[in-house]
Design a protein. Structure first.
Length: 129
């Protein structure tokens, strides 16, 4: 695979990784699972239990495991054709996926901010009429 193809794979494969990691750790569809994992990550008696459940509450942590799954699924390697290519690909994918999630959060906050500003302006207009 050429370097260009590898970069295309890197930036493309990071998209579903980011989507899965974000959805499981933040979206309403997994709210009950998330709340259960938050509780277990705080109240579990063993260190292993607390850390295991914490993985499902943190998008960064969870993105590592999603990345491992996608590496297994796609056999994607970055720069090197042996096992080191998996290591490089894994950390690069986590990095890019987390950039995508950070960008998503920024966009989401900006959209919410614009909605609030628009709503206040509409309230002013309706109050003046």
């Amino acid at each position: 695979m050429t370097l260009t193809e590898q970069l295309i794979w890197l930036f493309t494969l990071a998209i579903p990784i980011a989507c899965v990691a974000w959805t499981v750790t933040h979206e309403e569809v997994f709210r009950e699972v998330h709340e259960y994992c938050v509780t277990r990550s705080k109240e579990n008696k063993t260190l292993f239990g607390r850390k295991f459940f914490y993985l499902f509450t943190c998008e960064y942590c969870f993105s590592h495991y999603v990345t491992i799954f996608f590496l297994f699924l796609t056999n994607f390697k970055l720069l090197l054709a042996d096992w080191r290519g998996y290591i490089l690909a894994g950390f690069a994918l986590v990095f890019i996926a987390n950039l995508y999630m950070s960008l998503y959060v920024r966009i989401k906050v900006e959209i919410k901010k614009e909605r609030i500003i628009t709503q206040k302006e509409e309230e002013k207009l309706n109050g003046d009429v």
